[in-house]
Each structure stands twice: as C-alpha cells, then as structure tokens.
Design a protein around this ligand. Structure first.
Ligand SMILES: [Zn+2]
Length: 153
C-alpha cells in the first residue's frame, strides 16, 4: 500500500498507542492461510479489521502485481474494504501478506513501505508440509518490533 495512513499521529510520538498483541479467532487464521495458499507461489495480501486488538473480519485483497516477490493491493478492493470497515465501526488493525518462498519476517522493502504505524504487519510463510506460519510486527520509523498473535477458538 502506498497511500498515506488516514490517521497519522499529528500530535507526536507520545500519542502512539503501542499495540503489543493481536487476538485472532481460528476462522481468521484459516481464512488467511487458505487465501495465501491458494495464490502460492505468488504473494497474497489483505487486511484485518477489528477493534482494541481483537480481529473481527478478514479482507482478502488481490495482489495486482501477481508477483512472487512483491505485492500491491488492488486499490478498488482496498477502498471497498476500508469503507466497509468504517461502516462497521472497526479499524484496520492489520495488513497481512505472504512470503511464498521466504521467512515470516519483514523484508527491507516491507520496512520501507510500512506507512501505517498503528497497524500490525502480519507475514505468512510456508512451514513444513502444507502448513503456514504467521508472525506479527509493529513497524515504526524503520524500527521493527514483534507483536504477539493470540489465538482463540
Ligand atoms: Zn514482504
């Protein structure tokens, strides 16, 4: 995503609420894994909406680059998802994408393009067999910090 974040903290760093964990239901993890697996070996991407660190809905969005090494969300789908999220009273709490042949860690490009300081960047990567692993990160001003991903049924 290359657009500026809608709510960039005009008041200064002291106003940033530090997100230390994100809670996902099993169905959310499953929806993300199904999406990234179905598009392998291309990178897949999407948004998670929720409130207060609790994910409520997964939005799978087309990677218009159709690349194994890069992603760019379809702007129309992204806007539609954002409007839906706003109408539901949620916020974008996470931006996820896959590294089909890599590790679940932010690349230098991911850090450069982390325009949403309040979002958790989730990266999925293949594990053994048909499994996928996911890890979450807060990326602010080039600093990467892991965010705990909690699972609930
Ligand atoms: Zn990446």
């Amino acid at each position: 995503m290359r657009c500026a974040p809608p709510g960039v903290n005009p008041a200064g760093a002291s106003q940033i609420v530090v997100i230390s964990q994100l809670t996902l239901r099993h169905e959310h993890r499953q929806a993300m894994v199904d999406h990234v697996r179905s598009l392998w070996p291309e990178e897949a991407c999407g948004l998670l909406a929720g409130l207060d660190g609790q994910v409520q809905r997964v939005y799978c969005i087309e990677n218009i680059r159709h690349s194994r090494y890069d992603y760019f969300m379809d702007p129309n789908q992204q806007v539609r998802a954002m409007l839906d999220i706003e109408a539901a009273g949620w916020e974008v709490c996470s931006i996820f994408h896959s590294h089909p042949a890599g590790q679940p860690l932010p690349s230098a490009t991911d850090v450069d393009r982390a325009y949403y300081p309040d979002a958790v960047y989730i990266i999925l990567a293949p594990a053994s067999g048909s499994d996928w692993v996911m890890r979450g990160f807060a990326i602010r001003e080039g600093q990467v910090r892991e965010v705990q991903l909690n699972s609930v049924p």
